[in-house]
Design a protein around this ligand. Structure first.
Ligand SMILES: Cc1cc2nc3c(=O)[nH]c(=O)nc-3n(C[C@H](O)[C@H](O)[C@H](O)COP(=O)(O)OP(=O)(O)OC[C@H]3O[C@@H](n4cnc5c(N)ncnc54)[C@H](O)[C@@H]3O)c2cc1C
Length: 333
């Protein structure tokens, strides 16, 4: 799939979303790419229901509500979102333009890039099991779109936090058998859910495999047959399994950004604070991913950096049109 736009924004967290608005006010078009299935970055992935108290003009706003409002504020400028895919590669053309290539092989031609990648791409914490790649997306899933696919199947769920427990309770109803593998006999979840798990196990409706850790996979061509688990004395047992669902939380990694030839300081991108330019002409960076003296990792700093970057990018998108600064109150949206 090939697209063309003015700016590609890498990361749909608060800084990336506000860049769409700032760019839009300058008649600059954007495409936005994020590895997550939804927009919102850390706000949506890590603390959607928590109130934030330091967004100017909002004495208190839930993280999810802030993201919804940023989405609404950007909407008049018709950004195109490419979610559930990571930007893996950036190619710079002789013309100075770029082609941004995602993990789904979507290619987006653009004049400038804003990296608003937070702490890096979010991805699941994957258990260190041999040949796990062979099964991922076929018999092993880190998130669930529809629970119907597990009806009548043997499902092993690994983990002891809220996600693991929620899915145990949900799938216990329609899977043939649910086995829960956790390295402790206590679960880190709402107390009432921990009680429900114990009750299901006591009624022999699920198997509690505790304290055990995942140790290996059995099967072929991506089709799982059994999961091997090990206790702390090294005893191994085999659990019949059609599916394995590991819920070990989200990890953040700088990932491919480290290979794009940018000057980095301890995993953060160095920028010129007056423009948000990185060491590569045409590539800008804002938000939590950047470093400069006294940088504050706050949403409000990301907003200001978005405005600075977009104003500098105007000169790239409209090299022959002089820039006249106008307030939103006089210009409108
Ligand atoms: C529990 C908690 C509470 C917080 N409370 C506050 C608070 O009260 N006030 C405040 O101001 N801040 C708070 N913060 C910090 C705030 O959430 C961050 O400063 C903010 O989210 C940074 O925004 P961002 O847009 O720079 O990056 P992020 O929100 O991290 O979003 C970056 C996005 O980029 C994506 N991405 C990265 N690499 C790639 C790639 N290669 N391809 C595609 N996508 C990519 C990631 O998947 C992610 O979705 C809190 C943070 C946490 C964890």
């Amino acid at each position: 799939m090939i697209h063309n736009t003015d700016i590609v924004i890498i990361g749909a967290g608060p800084a990336g979303l506000f860049s769409v608005f700032e760019a839009g006010m300058l008649k600059i078009k954007c495409h936005v790419v994020d590895t997550l299935e939804h927009i919102g970055g850390q706000c949506s992935a890590l603390y959607p229901e928590k109130p934030i108290y330091d967004i100017p003009g909002h004495p208190k706003i839930l993280a999810n509500d802030l993201i919804e409002q940023l989405h609404e504020q950007a909407a008049p400028f018709a950004p195109v979102y490419h979610l559930n895919q990571r930007v893996d590669q950036i190619e710079k053309k002789d013309s100075g333009n770029f082609v941004v290539i995602t993990s789904k092989n979507v290619r987006i031609g653009c004049k400038a890039i804003i990296i608003a990648a937070g702490c890096g791409a979010f991805g699941p914490n994957r258990p260190p099991l041999a040949d796990i790649e062979e099964y991922e997306g076929k018999s092993i899933f880190y998130s669930i779109r529809s629970k119907d696919q597990f009806a009548g199947k043997n499902v092993v769920i690994a983990g002891g936090g809220d996600s693991a427990v929620d899915w145990v309770l949900s799938l216990a109803e329609n899977a043939a058998r649910v086995s829960v593998v956790h390295r402790r006999d206590k679960f880190r979840c709402a107390p009432e859910n921990a009680e429900k798990i114990k009750k299901l196990a006591a009624e022999n409706k699920i198997d509690l495999v505790v304290p055990y850790q995942l140790d290996g996979l059995k099967g072929h061509s991506g089709k799982l047959e059994a999961v091997l688990v090990k206790d702390f004395d090294g005893n191994i047992k085999e659990i019949k399994a059609d599916y394995l669902l590991p819920f070990y939380g989200l990890a953040m990694e700088l990932g491919p950004i480290a290979n794009w030839g940018l000057n980095l300081h301890k995993h953060f991108i160095e920028v010129d604070v007056a423009t948000m330019r990185t060491s590569v002409e045409g590539i800008y960076a804002i938000g939590d991913i950047i470093t400069y003296k006294n940088k504050l990792k706050l949403i409000l700093s990301g907003f200001a950096e978005a405005a600075t970057a977009c104003h500098d990018i105007y000169k790239i998108v409209y090299p022959d049109v002089p820039f006249h600064f106008e307030y939103s109150t006089s210009k409108g949206v």
